[in-house]
Design a protein around this ligand. Structure first.
Ligand SMILES: Cc1cc2nc3c(=O)[nH]c(=O)nc-3n(C[C@H](O)[C@H](O)[C@H](O)COP(=O)(O)OP(=O)(O)OC[C@H]3O[C@@H](n4cnc5c(N)ncnc54)[C@H](O)[C@@H]3O)c2cc1C
Length: 470
């Protein structure tokens, strides 16, 4: 049953802040309250539940380390003085991930933005580098991120690893959980005498998508993909299921090199104001990014499925007033809708292959326009399946729970975006190894308090990994 646990009441952390600042000098700090409050926010307000729960939670001070030695100064002081510590990249997470629930220090990583090396397609980089700046350096060398969140223009690479899941490129490379993409993480512990630990192989999964609850990433190795000249396309279809079957066919067309494959029902696409001149009223769209070389074959496929190409843009040409099409996909779809209608919220759903197409149809028939369909197709253990980031016309928390429970009961697991708890949302569980890593790396429980249920209850949750956060 869905139960949304309330966080503790908001309260500043009582500490001798002058002594703290002296202990961490020369690390830059911000204690001007309006700025501290700004840096205490993320995109939690997408959820009416989290908005009510987290609105009054703030940190007390921001520290901005410039290198790993400065991170160590901060963690040592926090451990000695028992001050809570919440790590922050760009603050674009959706579930209050980077919001301090016990006050204390916000550790802003954005000054640590150095590329260390790029060797045979593996990038070693500091966590605070923005994704857009990262690719500005690697694309001229023929390499790009295998996949990136739709927040490419704002988010950091460390925030993506610790808080994200997949995105544009997941149709080719799956998600962060898939072996081979995140190669190594260098992590600083929160102890009186902090250590640095290097995680490699499957061990990286202890920290991937753990919301910075069990270590601070100071450097990471990530495998990249070869770049292609990409084309952005929108194909329009008279009905939802026609568009879904088309998307499945594109996903399974091995000769087409794809980077993005989304289906958006008219009830969601109607909010895409910058695209209004291109969309056909009442029709469902497929948003596709593919290698330019495949455009002709793609057009044939659209025709075969009874659709029409209504937008095409290759390279830098075309209407510059239209943002990159990826800013209409993944969780940007929700953002476009929220710009027009503040009452909207969303879900995160797995429609597991091979039954995903039938499951989408079943849920659509059940909820109709109350839950407008938005699908993101992705590689899932070698198969093409889809995630849903459906919109929800929110009425009451009780109705939202009913919708979630109906999906869960009908083979479409919901990764609840209305909870700040790791296990109740995308992570689904914190196993023995992760729990033990938390005990070793953060023995006083100071990192991002109240986010890991296993820690609060001193019990790993067991079971198998099932993770998908956007
Ligand atoms: C409009 C919109 C669209 C989005 N689309 C996607 C999407 O397509 N795919 C996707 O996966 N996500 C998506 N997200 C969520 C989010 O934008 C991404 O996950 C993003 O990569 C987070 O990066 P950030 O720098 O903003 O991290 P933050 O929000 O600052 O942090 C995220 C989490 O990581 C932790 N953290 C940050 N840096 C470190 C570090 N160095 N060490 C340890 N922990 C750290 C923080 O404590 C926090 O728990 C979207 C969000 C929005 C608002």
């Amino acid at each position: 049953m869905t139960a949304w646990t309330d966080p503790p009441a908001p309260a500043p952390h009582a500490a001798d802040w002058a002594a703290f600042k002296a202990a961490i000098a020369p690390v830059e700090t911000i204690d001007e309250q309006s700025l501290v409050r700004q840096k205490s926010r993320d995109f939690y307000w997408y959820s009416p539940i989290l908005k009510r729960q987290l609105n009054k939670h703030f940190g007390d001070i921001v520290a901005l380390p410039a290198n790993e030695a400065e991170v160590i100064k901060v963690t040592a002081a926090c451990a000695r003085m028992r001050i809570p510590l919440t790590v922050r990249g760009a603050g674009t997470g959706n579930y209050g991930q980077a919001m301090p629930l016990a006050g204390g220090v916000i550790l802003d990583m954005t000054k640590m933005d150095r590329i260390v090396s790029l060797d045979a397609g593996v990038l070693r980089v500091e966590p605070g580098l923005k994704l857009i700046d990262l690719e500005a350096k690697t694309i001229p060398q023929g390499w790009e991120l295998r996949f990136h969140p739709s927040t490419r223009r704002t988010a950091t690479i460390g925030g993506f690893i610790a808080g994200g899941s997949g995105g544009i490129g997941s149709i080719a490379y799956g998600t962060l959980r898939d072996r081979g993409t995140v190669r190594a993480l260098r992590v600083v512990t929160v102890e009186e005498n902090p250590r640095t630990i290097v995680l490699e192989g499957d061990d990286v999964q202890k920290v991937v998508h753990a919301y910075g609850t069990n270590g601070i990433v100071t450097e990471l190795d990530i495998a990249l993909a070869r770049t292609w000249p990409w084309a952005e396309c929108i194909a329009s279809f008279k009905d939802l299921m026609g568009a879904v079957r088309f998307a499945q066919a594109v996903g399974e067309s091995d000769g087409l090199i794809k980077k993005e494959l989304a289906v958006v029902d008219w009830e969601a696409a109607k909010y895409f104001k910058p695209l209004a001149g291109h969309l056909r009223e009442g029709e469902t769209i497929a948003i596709v990014v593919l290698a330019e070389a495949g455009l002709e074959a793609f057009r044939d496929l659209v025709e075969e499925h009874g659709g029409a190409c209504v937008f095409e843009r290759a390279g830098a040409e075309g209407d510059e007033s239209i943002p990159p099409l990826y800013e209409f996909t993944w969780n940007h779809t929700t953002l476009q809708a929220l710009k027009v209608d503040k009452s909207i919220t969303y879900l995160q759903t797995l429609y597991p292959p091979p039954c995903h197409v039938d499951l989408v149809e079943k849920m659509w028939k059940e909820f109709g326009d109350e839950v407008p369909i938005h699908l993101e197709f992705a590689r899932m253990s070698g198969r093409v399946g889809c995630f849903g980031l459906q919109l929800v016309r929110f009425t009451t928390p009780e109705r939202l729970k009913e919708i979630i429970e109906f999906h869960n009961a009908n083979g479409c697991p919901i990764f609840d975006p209305h909870t700040f708890l790791l296990e109740d949302g995308g992570m689904r569980m914190v196993d023995e190894a992760q729990y033990e890593f938390k005990r070793a790396a953060d023995p006083h429980g100071l990192l991002n308090p109240f986010k890991m249920r296993a820690w609060e209850e001193r019990t790993p949750t067991g079971g198998k990994w099932a993770e998908v956060r956007f």
